[in-house]
Design a protein around this ligand. Structure first.
Ligand code: NAD
Ligand code: ZN
Ligand code: ZN
Length: 336
C-alpha cells in the first residue's frame, strides 16, 4: 500500500510502498477512501511543537474509509463499515479525564498521525473503540474534514458556551474556520469572521457570517469593540498577532478560546484588563467521540457544508505549500 511519509522534519514527504499493516488485538484495518489535510499535519511534518512525533511517520487524522480486517476481540464493527480515524486514536478509559467526559485530556492518549501512523495512506490501523462510525449518507470526502476541523470547532463553541444573541468572532476562516462560522450560526450567534484574503472573507459571507473583518486593512480589536465587543472569540489563525487582536476585541466577561497552535506561540495577556473585565482565556483541543457523533448528525441533517478540494496523495507536498500560501479555499482532501 501507498503512504506519504515524513522521514525528517522540514523535508518533503516521501511516497512509499509499504506492506499492509496488520491489526493487533482491539484494532481494525481501514481501507482509506478520503483523508483531509489539517494544518496540524504541517506542524507535525516540520516538528514545530514542543512535543514532537518521531520520524518516520505517516501524518493525517482525518482518514475515512471502510473496515477491511478485524483484529482479535473486535465485535462491534463489521467488515465494510465506514469509519473515521480521528486525532484521538486511543485514550485509557480509566483516568479522571476519561471518566468525566474529557477523554481528549487523557494523559495516556495516542494521537493519530502523530503518535502512530495516520491517514495519508491507502490503509491504516485504528483502535476499534475510537474508530468513529460514519452515518450512511455522509460522503466520505465530507466526513474527512468533519473528523478534525468539524469536531474541533464544534467543541470550541461548546467550551465558549455560545448562546443566541451573542457576538462570536471567528479568527481565521480556513479548514477549521469555515466550519466554525457555520456552528456559530447554528448556535444562533451573530458572527464576525476575520481573515487576510479576499477569498476567505467572501467564503465566510457565503457561509452566513454577518460581518467580515480584513485583518490586513482593519484594526480587528477596534472593529469588534465598535460592535460592543465579542462574547467569544475563537482563535483559529496560525498567527500570534491574531490571538492578541481577538483578545482585544472581547467585551467584558468575554472568552478567548485558543485553538490554533502556531510554532512556539505565546500571547501576552494584560493582567489589569483581564481582571477588571472578567475575561477568560481557554484552550480547547479537538472533541470527544460524542462531540464527533453530534457533528456527523448535524451534517447528515443537511445543516453544514464542507468546502473541499480533492487531490491525489502524490500531490501532498504541493498541497502543503498551497495551504501555507493561502491558496486553498478551505480544506484539501486526498482521495485514495
Ligand atoms: P488553515 O491554514 O486552513 O487556516 C488558517 C486560516 O487563518 C487561513 O484561512 C488563513 O488565511 C488565516 N489567517 C492567517 N493569518 C491570519 C490573521 N492574521 N488573521 C486572521 N486570519 C488569518 O489551518 P486549519 O487547518 O484551519 O488549522 C488552524 C490551526 O488550528 C492550526 O494551527 C492547527 O494546528 C490548529 N488545530 C488545532 C486543533 C485543536 O484541537 N486545538 C485541531 C485542529 C487544528
Ligand atoms: Zn486537525
Ligand atoms: Zn484516560
Amino acid at each position: 500500500m501507498k503512504a506519504a511519509v515524513v522521514r525528517a522534519f522540514g523535508e518533503p514527504l516521501v511516497i512509499e510502498d509499504r506492506p499492509d499493516p496488520e491489526p493487533g488485538p482491539g484494532q481494525v484495518r481501514v481501507k482509506v477512501e478520503a483523508s483531509g489535510l489539517c494544518h496540524t499535519d504541517i506542524h507535525a511534518a516540520r516538528g514545530e511543537w514542543p512535543v514532537k512525533p518521531t520520524p518516520p511517520f505517516v501524518p493525517g487524522h482525518e482518514g475515512v474509509g471502510t473496515v477491511e480486517r478485524l483484529g482479535e476481540g473486535v465485535t462491534h464493527l463489521t467488515l465494510g463499515q465506514r469509519v473515521a480515524v480521528p486525532w484521538l486514536g486511543k485514550a485509557c478509559g480509566r483516568c479522571e479525564h476519561c471518566l468525566s467526559g474529557w477523554e481528549t485530556l487523557c494523559e495516556q492518549q495516542i494521537n493519530t498521525g502523530y503518535g502512530c501512523d495516520g491517514g495519508y495512506a491507502e490503509k491504516m490501523l485504528a483502535w476499534a473503540d475510537f474508530a468513529q462510525p460514519v452515518p450512511d449518507g455522509i460522503d466520505p470526502r465530507d466526513a474527512a474534514p468533519l473528523t478534525c476541523a468539524g469536531v474541533t470547532t464544534y467543541k470550541a463553541l461548546k467550551v465558549a458556551g455560545v448562546r443566541p444573541a451573542q457576538l462570536v468572532a471567528i479568527s481565521g476562516v480556513g479548514g477549521l474556520g469555515h466550519l466554525a462560522v457555520q456552528y456559530a450560526k447554528i448556535a444562533g450567534a451573530t458572527v464576525a469572521a476575520i481573515d487576510v484574503t479576499d477569498e476567505k472573507l467572501e467564503l465566510a459571507t457565503e457561509l452566513g457570517a454577518d460581518l467580515v473583518i480584513d485583518a490586513r486593512k482593519e484594526d480587528v480589536s477596534k472593529v469588534l469593540k465598535s460592535h460592543g465587543g465579542a462574547h467569544a472569540a475563537i482563535a483559529l489563525a496560525v498567527n500570534e498577532a491574531a490571538f492578541s487582536a481577538a483578545y482585544g476585541g472581547l467585551r467584558r466577561g468575554g472568552k478567548l478560546v485558543m485553538v490554533a497552535l502556531p510554532a512556539h506561540g505565546t500571547v501576552q495577556v494584560p493582567i489589569f484588563d483581564t481582571v477588571l473585565d472578567g475575561t477568560s482565556v481557554i484552550g480547547s483541543i479537538v472533541g470527544t467521540r460524542q462531540d464527533l457523533t453530534e457533528v456527523y448528525q448535524l451534517h447528515a441533517a443537511g445543516r453544514t457544508r464542507v468546502i473541499r478540494e480533492s487531490r491525489s496523495l502524490e500531490s501532498v507536498n504541493a498541497s502543503i505549500d498551497d495551504v501555507l500560501g493561502g491558496r486553498v479555499k478551505a480544506r484539501i482532501v486526498f482521495e485514495m
